[in-house]
Design a protein around this ligand. Structure first.
Ligand SMILES: [Zn+2]
Length: 275
């Protein structure tokens, strides 16, 4: 009987659970979710130690020293801790077993139906199209007011630009709506109409909101993932997202839903400046 329940983990947990531990077993179910032969997948990982984990936007990077894993869960994918080794299957698409204190740590990368778990030589992962074209991580120094001011020198809507992964990595629809509400900026504003103070505010609230979302485990693996309502407590802190028809928590005006940049968009018509 399994002693541990099956639980969803996020990137910080992957580091906490498996960091510094050696891979004992590794397997992948379908050849199309990785860039190496299925047999090669295990051979290249077994015996290696997870040295570091990182996140680049919606991608998780697992640094095993001589091999680097690049995982994209897309929307359906999750990372689960399994009670014991389980051969990869349709649900548990890729499974890694790490040495443990008393029992091994088994992590399953589930439902990678659209996602993947690719392996690279160190440094090669930066050539991955989704990594090479990613804008700065919101927590990096590169995500500065100066950077945003130059990225916003365009007529595109500010919402469209914030959703663009080449402008800033990892911001999903939920967080863009929340960030723009917190900054008092209407999503349809042309980015090049924002003044310096607004850009400063936007940068600060982006970090603040993502930080809180991560603390509250806003979503599963990738903490600012688009998949809404999976686990986190952060959904209870959402001010406008999914709150159409409810009063604005700041001014009481009814929150409205519209479509901006092709996405469902939630705004307070009073709090968010249109121009
Ligand atoms: Zn309001």
């Amino acid at each position: 009987m399994p002693e541990l329940p099956e639980v969803t983990v996020i990137s910080e947990d992957v580091a906490a659970l498996a960091g510094g531990r050696e891979v004992l077993r590794a397997g992948v179910f379908r050849p199309d979710v990785t860039n190496v032969e299925p047999g090669e997948f295990g051979r290249r990982l077994v015996g290696r130690t997870l040295k570091r984990t990182g996140r680049r936007g919606k991608i998780i990077v697992l640094d095993f020293g001589d091999v680097v894993g690049v995982v994209h869960l897309v929307i359906s994918g999750r990372v689960l801790r399994l009670p014991e080794w389980s051969e990869p299957d349709r649900m548990n698409t890729a499974v890694l077993e790490f040495e443990g204190e008393e029992v091994p740590v088994v992590l399953a990368f589930t439902r990678l139906w659209l996602g993947y778990f690719d392996l690279y030589e160190p440094g090669e992962e930066n050539k991955h199209p989704l990594i090479s074209h990613l804008g700065p991580d919101p927590f990096s120094d590169d995500f500065s007011v100066e950077y945003l001011a130059s990225a916003f020198g365009r007529k595109a809507s500010v919402k469209g630009l914030l959703l663009d992964q080449s402008v800033v990595a990892g911001l999903g629809n939920i967080y863009v709506d929340e960030v723009l509400f917190a900054a008092g900026i209407h999503p349809t504003r042309k980015a090049n109409t924002l003044d310096r103070g607004e850009i400063q505010k936007l940068q600060a609230v982006t970090r603040d909101i993502l930080h809180r979302a991560i603390e509250l485990r806003g979503t599963t693996f990738d903490s600012y993932h688009d998949a809404f309502g999976e686990t986190g407590k952060f959904q209870h802190q959402l001010k406008v997202f999914t709150r159409a028809g409810e009063p604005c928590p700041v001014c009481g005006t009814t929150i409205v839903k519209s479509r901006v940049a092709g996405r469902g968009t939630h705004t307070c018509p009073s709090c968010q400046r249109v121009s």
